[in-house]
Design a protein around this ligand. Structure first.
Ligand code: FPP
Length: 255
């Protein structure tokens, strides 16, 4: 085990736990279901959207924490295809968060070589949301560091069904042979292509569900649940989750 030498003596939030991590077993791809924003706000007598705002600020903190230990992809579940059912004002608030987040953070993200990506259906997003995200994607497309991937207007069953529809069309057009369909080929028909599958899934707020998130891609991921709500999940908690990941033995069905 190679410990992270740079953390010894550091005063950064979570440094003590980061120093206990092994640098040769860092999860490549960490996916996060950022749950509990509404409850966090309500517990404090604040409107639900104050929780989303605080949650947005946390995205930046956890991105930097992930970058510091060499995570390559960080996927944040920011809006599901089911979230459109929420009150109009809340949906509108969530859709406007990228307009605040990117102008505020893009400089530092670029300075840290972060690449912005999005997984989800772009068509049904408001123009202003799409523009904010697309600008950030374009501005960071030559970066080579951590991929900060926003799952936005994303739902896994819809993703798989669209993939299957395209597979069937391609088979009918004789572009592919049905016998050749395997894990790798199916993965190419999903919105997450070409990202690797998550190694670690973190869900905050005590809910023990996957909620239609990357059902195919999470097949062999390690799952980590915490009672903490997303706005109170700090860098130290993130490193705790990675520490727990490093304790697990991944067997992929073997021995
Ligand atoms: C779930 O908590 C959280 C969301 C639906 C939104 C998550 C989005 C962010 C944290 C901000 C993303 C940032 C950008 C820049 C797009 P909930 O409100 O369902 O929590 P509850 O279960 O307590 O009600």
């Amino acid at each position: 085990m190679k410990p992270f030498k740079k953390w010894f003596g550091s005063k950064t939030e979570g440094a003590e736990i980061a120093a206990q991590l092994s640098s040769d077993n860092v999860p490549n791809h960490v996916a996060v279901i950022m749950d509990g924003n509404g409850r966090w706000a309500q517990k404090r007598g604040l409107p639900r959207v104050a929780g989303h705002h605080s949650g947005m600020k946390n995205v930046k903190k956890i991105t930097m924490a992930a970058n510091d230990i060499g995570v390559q992809v960080l996927t944040m579940y920011a809006f599901s295809t089911e979230n459109w059912k929420r009150p109009k004002e809340e949906v509108e608030y969530l859709m406007k968060l990228p307009l605040e987040f990117f102008p505020k953070e893009i400089e530092e993200l670029i300075a840290n070589n972060v690449q912005i990506r999005m997984t989800g259906w772009k068509e049904s997003l408001p123009d202003y949301t799409l523009k904010a995200i697309q600008d950030a994607i374009d501005q960071t497309k030559h970066n080579t560091g951590l991929i900060l991937n926003f799952a936005l207007n994303y739902g896994s069953r819809k993703e798989m069904l669209s993939g299957i529809q395209q597979l069937v069309r391609d088979a009918k057009d004789q572009k592919i042979n049905p016998e050749d369909i395997d894990d790798a080929m199916f993965s190419k028909y999903l919105l997450t292509d070409p990202l690797p599958d998550p190694d670690l899934l973190i869900r905050t707020s005590g809910e023990l569900r996957i909620s239609n998130f990357m059902l195919w891609q999470l097949a062999y991921s390690e799952l980590y649940f915490t009672e903490l709500c997303w706005p109170e999940f700090t860098e130290a908690h993130f490193y705790e989750a990675v520490k727990e990941y490093q304790r697990r033995a991944r067997r992929y069905g073997g021995l």
